[in-house]
Design a protein around this ligand. Structure first.
Ligand code: ATP
Length: 312
């Protein structure tokens, strides 16, 4: 797999505060990498270092095949940066904003106009191109911020919490836009503390906490790291004749909890034993009213790995 970004042993401190504490990761070409971590985890620091805005104290970074050290200027022209704080001009039209930022990348003439139009269309603001951002909602400003960062059609796009505090419609629009950028061949690094966003769009997820990467993988791989188990919960009547032992005779069952109207059976995920479990219940004369299944979610995985809730 070709790598768009390779980061080795990255460190960054602000005076005595260690914000990034020796991290290594790669970003595969063409993927959306979700950077998930709570406030203060170090996400912005890493995004700013990759964006060439901040310099690292220590570490080696290669972006699009070029070492970042000594090549920041040329790399900057090949990447798109969508900063956490809005970087738009409130008093000039949306179109002029995008044109200004795109022109910083040496675009001119018809090529510039085409890319400005494409960027405004991507974020759903082309019909508002003549309006000034001061008249926009928070979500529209965030969308314009993205258009400004990506209009030059960079190979690598770095977005730092691009959906903070916006309406669901704008959020969905932004997530869809990012998927389209990937379809057009871009590599995307996306930092957020919203679990559902990384779940919705990431090919791979890095979980960062206190300046360290504590887990990485696809959503499924991360969940498997914490638990390979599934719990079936049955709402029932007449549990008097049921015994815990009867369930433990079924292959894969690891835990059973019985109460007057509920049965919880935990089992290895890969076991094909649901029929056996239901058989034990019904053959004892129990009537099942309802059943649900619970697997480890990214939320529970995060809690397990960090001891912190993402929304704290
Ligand atoms: N300029 C700075 N001076 C001193 N400390 C800083 C500075 N910038 C960040 N920090 C500290 O470094 C740590 C990492 O901050 P960073 O902004 O990278 O985290 P984050 O994961 O992006 O959080 P957030 O979601 O709040 O932006 C935090 O403890 C933060 O307070």
């Amino acid at each position: 797999m070709e790598h768009a970004v390779v980061v080795k042993n990255l460190h960054k401190s602000y005076r005595d505060k260690k914000a990034v504490n020796g991290i290594d990761f790669v970003v595969n070409k063409g993927e959306i990498l979700g950077f998930l971590g709570p406030n203060g985890a170090g996400k912005s620091t890493i995004m700013n270092i990759l964006s060439t805005i901040l310099s690292a104290d220590e570490g080696e970074i290669t972006i699009l095949g070029v070492p970042l050290k000594k090549n920041a200027k040329s790399i900057k022209l090949r990447i798109g940066i969508v900063p956490q704080d809005l970087a738009i001009y409130e008093e000039i039209s949306a179109e002029k904003n995008v044109r200004f930022f795109a022109s910083l990348y040496h675009l001119k003439g018809q090529m510039l106009e085409d890319k400005v139009k494409a960027a405004l269309e991507l974020v759903g603001l082309y019909d508002k191109k003549d309006h000034k951002p001061k008249t926009f909602s928070g979500g529209m400003k965030r969308r314009l911020n993205i258009a400004c960062g990506i209009a030059h059609q960079p190979q690598l796009i770095i977005l730092d919490e691009p959906t903070v505090g916006i309406d669901p419609q704008s959020r969905n629009h932004i997530l869809e836009s990012i998927k389209i950028l990937k379809q057009h061949g871009a590599t995307v690094i996306y930092s957020t503390h919203y679990m559902e966003e990384v779940e919705a769009i990431s090919d791979r997820i890095l979980i960062i906490n206190e300046g360290k990467i504590i887990a990485e993988g696809t959503k499924e791989e991360l969940n498997r790291k914490v638990s390979d188990e599934i719990t079936y919960t049955f709402s029932v009547k007449n549990t008097e004749r049921l015994t815990v032992e009867a369930f433990h005779e079924i292959d894969g069952v690891t835990k059973v909890r019985l109460s007057a109207d509920t049965i919880e059976v935990t089992s290895g995920k890969s076991e094909d034993n649901l029929n056996g479990i239901i058989g034990v219940i019904t053959s004892s004369g129990c009537k099942i009213h309802n059943m649900s299944r619970t697997e480890a979610s990214l939320e529970t995985t995060f809690l397990e790995l960090t001891g912190r809730n993402l929304r704290d």
